[in-house]
Structures are given as C-alpha cells and as structure tokens.
Design a protein around this ligand. Sequence first.
Ligand code: SF4
Length: 424
Amino acid sequence: MSLDTPVKGCLHTPVLRERGQREVFCGLTGIIWLHRKMQDAFFLVVGSRTCAHLLQSAAGVMIFAEPRFGTAILEEKDLAGLADAHEELEREVARLLSRRPDIRQLFLVGSCPSEVIKLDLGRTAERLNQRHAPHVRVYNYSGSGIETTFTQGEDACLAAMVPGLAETDAENLLVVGALPDVVEDQCLSLLHQMGVDQVQLLPARRAADAPKVGSRTRFILTQPFLADTAAALERRGAERIAAPFPFGEEGTTAWLNAVAHARGVHPERFEKVTAAPRARARRAVAAHAETLRGKSLFFFPDSQLEIPLARFLARECGMRPLEVGTPYLHRALMEPELALLPETALSEGQDVDLQLDRHAALAPDLTVCGLGLANPLEAAGHPTKWAIELVFTPVHFYEQAGDLAGLFSRPLRRRAILSGEVRP
Ligand code: SF4
C-alpha cells in the first residue's frame, strides 16, 4: 500500500478513556535495554528486593562482563526512617565509583519504595555531581511502577539527560530513542547516503559522544513513548520533526521523508537511496502478510507502540484492528500516525475487567498484550503476542520490517500448526 492511499484515518475518532485497574510492568524494565546501549553508564536502582529481583530475572545474570546495573536495597530500618538513607547511598556510590573507573554516567533510579519514604534522589544526584564531576555525571529519574508503564523508564531517563547537554549554535539533527546498535547503524547509513550530516544520537553510546542542543537543533523521535524527552528538548529550543514512526516500509519511508524535507534533500536523491531497501522491506513483509491478511487484531495497552504497530499491521499486512488500546495517547506525537490508521476503536488507559469483556465479545484472531494477560488469554484459546518483545527485538527501519511482521505472524502460524490447519 502506498503512502497516499486514501484512508479516513483516526484523527477525529472519539477515544474511550479508562482509569481503572491496570496490568503493566514498571519503568525499571527500561534499564534492561538502556544499559546495553550506554556502554559507560551504570544504573543504580534505589529500591527493594522486589526491584532487584525484577531486574535480575528480566536481564539475566551477566557472568563475564562487569554489570552495568545494580540495586541499592532499602532495608527495613531505612523504610522505617531509622537510618539516613541519603548518607548510606552516597557512601555506596563512592565505593562503586572507586571500584569502577570505567563508569562515566551514573543514573540513580527511583522506585516505589524510595518514593514512599520520599528519598530525595535529585538532591543526592546534585551532591554526587559536585563530588565526582567532571569524570562522572550523575542523573536521577524515577522508574517507579505507580501509575506508569514500562516504556516510560526510557523516557524519564532521556529527559533527565537533556538539561545537562551542552549548548550549540550549530545546525544539527538529533535522532532520539535507544535503538539496537545494528539498527542505529542502518539509520545513520541511510541519512548519510541522503546527504544529511551533523547527525547526533540521544542516547549516545558513550558519554563523550553526547549530543549538543540549541535553537538550530531539529530532532526526530524513533519511539512513540518519548513525550517528556521531546518536551525537554523543546524547552532547550530544539524543534521536533513530526513524522510517523519508522516501523515497516511505509513508516520508515515517511520518517526518512520528513527528515529529507526538513534538510532539503532532493526528491531524486531520496528515491535513489530508498528504492532498493523499500523493495526489500516490501518483499519481506509480503511473506508474512499472507498469514496476517484479513485477521482481526486487538491491542491491550502496554508498550505505547500500539498505534504505530496497528497502522503497520493494518496498512502493510492487511490486518483488521478491532480495538487499539494505549496507556497514554500523546496526540501531538501521534497525529501523523492517527492520520494513517484506518478507522478503528481507540482506547486510552485501562480498566482491565471491562476491556477483557470487550475482548471476549470481539474474539479477535490475535491479541497484543502484556505478560500478565498473555497466559490466561492463551489458556482461553486466544493467540497472543507479548508487547514487551517489541522493545527487545530490533524492529525499526527497512531491514527489520519483515522481522516485525514475523513477530505477529508466528503466533498465528503456531496456532494453525497445532490445530492441524497447516503443515509445519
Ligand atoms: S519499582 Fe515498584 S513496581 Fe517496579 S519492581 Fe520496584 S516495587 Fe515493583
């Protein structure tokens, strides 16, 4: 399907807003992909044994490498206010930094317990900065699970970095969002071939490569869940390039096109650079679209990727989204996506019992949801896709478009094989 395919779109679709019980992971989850991205950073969660357990079980235990995350565990006496947790934390940080001179960025990550006892991590970060700058830069943000969803951890982390970025008067382009290195390299290569220079990344792989920002900075998001980071960059005078997100052939082309437009890339050059990877992406998606075409789809709110993915699955794979639920609908960021998304029901937030009732009534062919709902839904006979897999798997840009479609076709194929409809 081409970019100019007429669709009614969802720009004016009424949104069902629910504020009930939710089934989501907390923002600490983001550390799992952020610590891999930022190679000289350390994430110190100030939390409980539950927080430590979540991180260890989700990230696995690193045997050969020095770990780049850890948990300063608040004990009962801290929680009861009997000890000065601030002082203890500063001592722990001093010990960590003296043992690990490779650490150049330290993130103090707040949790539910640290928020409940009102630990002031902002003040601690300030004091530690005074002591350890310029060798180490200390930031703080919250990964707490209260009223958040798991992708907000990355947003909070990147937003915390923005005020400390160096100022520039030069024109530059910031690509914002933590992508796997291989995907990031593909993105940079496409931009380079288009003649777009002065490109910087947030987050950078190393502290020394941190981007600069100023009133001539344009930035573009690669992830739809970075609303606070976008607002922080705008406060620094940078201007956002609005675009659909680079999922699938169409999303990637529209994303690159928005950059090309902002940087005055000639349409012929754009065509020359993108023609071959576009064709490859279309072919790769087509192989999975055979399984997906005509199938109905239901999104429970979880990753904040729901709207761009529904657009990709509807327009490039021929699926029929019945309800697209998202934890938060950032309308300003989502407008280019909503304009492309074929008409469907939209919901924001969650009242999980009511949503499960709607889901049961619609009985979709495929359900995208969090881990907490996936098992009971599978047991009830609904094929599911875990939303969290989408942030751990390289899915952006042309070369990953086929893999992205494959993530959704696999559960349907597995179900068909198990039921004997198709041969393995
Ligand atoms: S931050 Fe809160 S929700 Fe997340 S693991 Fe710790 S206690 Fe649980």
